[in-house]
Design a protein around this ligand. Sequence first.
Ligand SMILES: *Cc1c(COP(=O)(O)O)cnc(C)c1O
Length: 476
Amino acid sequence: MRYVSTRGEDLGSGFQEILLGGLMGDGGLAMPLSYPRLGIADLQAMRGMNYRELAFAVLRLFAVDLPEGELRRLVDKTYTPHVYSNGRVAQQAEDITPLRELEAGVWLQELSNGPTLAFKDMAMQLLGNLFEWALEQNGETLNILGATSGDTGSSAEYAMRGKRGIRVFMLSPHEKMSAFQTAQMFSLLDDNIHNLAVKGVFDDCQDVVKAVSNDLEFKRHYRIGTVNSINWARVVAQVVYYFKGYFAVAKEVGRPVSFSVPSGNFGNICAGHIARMMGLPIQRLILATNENDVLDEFFRTGVYRPRVTAETRQTSSPSMDISKASNFERFVYDLMGCDAGRVKSLWRQLDDQGSFDLRGTPEWERMASYGFVSGVSTHANRLETIRMAWEKYGVMVDPHTADGLKVGVEYREEGVPLVCLETALPVKFAATIQEALGRRPERPAQYEGIEELPKRSVVVNADAEVVKDYIRQHVS
Ligand SMILES: *Cc1c(COP(=O)(O)O)cnc(C)c1O
């Protein structure tokens, strides 16, 4: 399989090479030159596979340069049958992403059974094992530098803790995360995990990461890398659970199934788009946003207008509070018929004018064939949906999952099963659950008293030089 950048650069044929990278040299994102296509017979053969087998079957199509035995070992190590760390007990040991039917034809697919109780673990856990293996192969080390407002940082830390050759330096806004999220991250005492609490807000953290990364000499010398959501391996790992969900609810292979996806950076739903391009019979990809509705605006109107940071609203589904969707360029590349020149000029237009408009173009005419529909969910909708799910189904959903459920049900079609992706557990967002239900969220037994555990973090000024000094001192 050959890889190209969405802006045209030929990236060669190595999954391994792009594994450790984020943005490509020309500012674009890595994409396969073409998608592997699966026919009905292939899908039928996959139908009976457990999660590990399915993950291996899908990843092997994209990671052709990884030795098969190694890939299988890494996948098996990642998706082991277990009693989930959140205390939920699997019906079957093989159920990594169990589905439950909320009402006839509407399903919830559990993606939050990993250590940090959010779907990001599904891919990040694999990434940790892939990174460790790849670095060992080349005798290299990697220092991951990131900024987080909560979910991504903790998911990355739990995936990388104790991994040989990897250190994590994670910046978070000092005293701005929820008590639960802070406890989750700061109670990690592993030598290779460094939590830096930055005096400022999330944007200050991001600015510091950018400033450090722009010092190319420092970046090279200290082997600074990232694990952000544009990482190609993360996207591919997420493709797997669409197959799992499809086989779980489709009465027969070939029948259509729709998926509803709470979206922010467009990483999760991009994986659904890829599954569909590979031939999985997905009818609709239902994109749900919160009040930050950049993506809903695009899918309704053809106008893509990323917001400036100051326009981004703080909402009660905070992991979807984005101003621009970093993976969106991957879909636009496909929509433009893989014409990197067109993508380049659209992004130049974004830089110059702040938006682009596809209305009236031949590409926009083809939009319907990609299956996307979209909708917005507000704070009031969120509360109402959390209440509805609790009263009607006896299920407590987190605010992000509620956004997906709200918009998903609006697009439900007779005879087409609808799978709503669960992106986090309610315990992470206690205040909103309290507001909706007048009670505390269920807390998995393992997380009792997590706030009282010993914690380790250092408080630093929002200053790139201070962070660089810290890294220098801790990388020997
Ligand atoms: C990251 C996240 C999302 C958004 O996913 P994207 O891949 O960025 O679209 C939704 N819900 C939760 C809980 C998240 O952590």
